[in-house]
Design a protein around this ligand. Structure first.
Ligand code: PAF
Length: 286
């Protein structure tokens, strides 16, 4: 695996690598969740490119950018072991050259609720950086984690606006033994925060999945079951527990029955703050 940092080096390397090309965009601090994305890309494409770029335009402030974990040496090892051919680790000037205007991509209604409500501008930053990575890498396909369900919908929408027909793949969430979805943010939790997160967030979602599988379809009842678990843990603050149509992210009403209200899958997404660390997780109900 080669590591390149500039647009010119990227261009040169891509010219020597076979197509189809799969891109796995990341912000580094790679873990087994990213490894699953790289492995899925490896199975599908002749060339796998992994990008590592902590995108300042998707954070609310410079302090959050600064405290984002940076683990390049271990990222290189993990990406190579998972089968990547090329690691692209640009600095901000390569992605946003100072002399080039940045056309910000506004994803519209998909980006206004859920994470978009708590983090205004976040998905504009995500859509813009991924679009720039698409311009530079020119992949045939790209891989994203299902945990970040709203992000994947926004990226699917952005990709559909482009003319280059990049296929977007959603890879199943990887969980630790305690059920917590893998996230680079988990590293910021204290030991007690970690335990509190694991015994609430995935448990609440599992309770919803199990109750739904056994025939409970009322949004209000499913919500009550899940919220009980979260509110029992004082160190965990629930930001939202949301039931929405997966495709549109339009919320279901409290009186809705899943299946009656929405065609297709229902997305159940949850955000909670533990130890000052915001964690998200999601499942879909068929
Ligand atoms: O999910 C992430 O790591 C980031 O939001 C992404 C997609 C790499 C864009 O910066």
């Amino acid at each position: 695996m080669r590591t390149v940092t500039t647009r010119a080096e990227l261009e040169q390397s891509l010219a020597q690598l076979p197509r189809p090309v799969a891109l796995v965009p990341t912000m580094g601090a790679l873990h087994a969740g990213h490894v699953a994305l790289i492995a899925a890309a490896r199975r599908a494409a002749a060339t796998v490119v992994v990008s590592v770029f902590v995108n300042p335009r998707q954070f609310a402030n410079a302090a959050d950018v600064a405290r984002y974990p940076r683990t390049l040496a271990s990222d290189q090892q993990l990406a190579e072991a998972a089968g990547a051919d090329l690691l692209f680790t640009p600095d901000a000037d390569q992605i946003y050259p100072p002399n080039e205007p940045v056309a910000m991509i506004e994803p519209g209604p998909l980006a206004t609720r859920l994470e978009g409500a708590s983090r205004p501008g976040h998905f504009t930053g995500v859509a813009t950086v991924v679009s720039r990575l698409f311009d530079l890498v020119r992949p045939n396909e790209a891989y994203f984690g299902a945990k970040d369900a709203q992000q994947v919908r926004v990226i699917e929408w952005m990709a559909a606006q482009r003319s280059d027909q990049i296929s977007i793949h959603r890879v199943t969430t990887v969980r630790d033994g305690d059920g917590l979805a893998l996230s680079s943010r988990n590293q910021m939790l204290s030991a007690s925060g970690r335990v509190a997160a694991a015994k609430t967030i995935p448990v609440a979602l599992s309770l919803i999945a199990e109750a739904y599988a056994s025939g409970v379809t009322s949004v209000a009842m499913l919500r009550t079951l899940a919220e009980r678990v979260i509110t029992a843990e004082p160190s965990v603050t629930l930001d939202y527990l949301d039931f929405a149509e997966s495709a549109t992210l339009v919320p279901l009403s409290e009186s809705a029955q899943i299946g009656d209200a929405a065609p297709g899958e229902v997305l159940v997404s949850l955000a909670a703050v533990v130890d000052g660390v915001r964690l998200i997780d999601a499942i879909t109900l068929p």
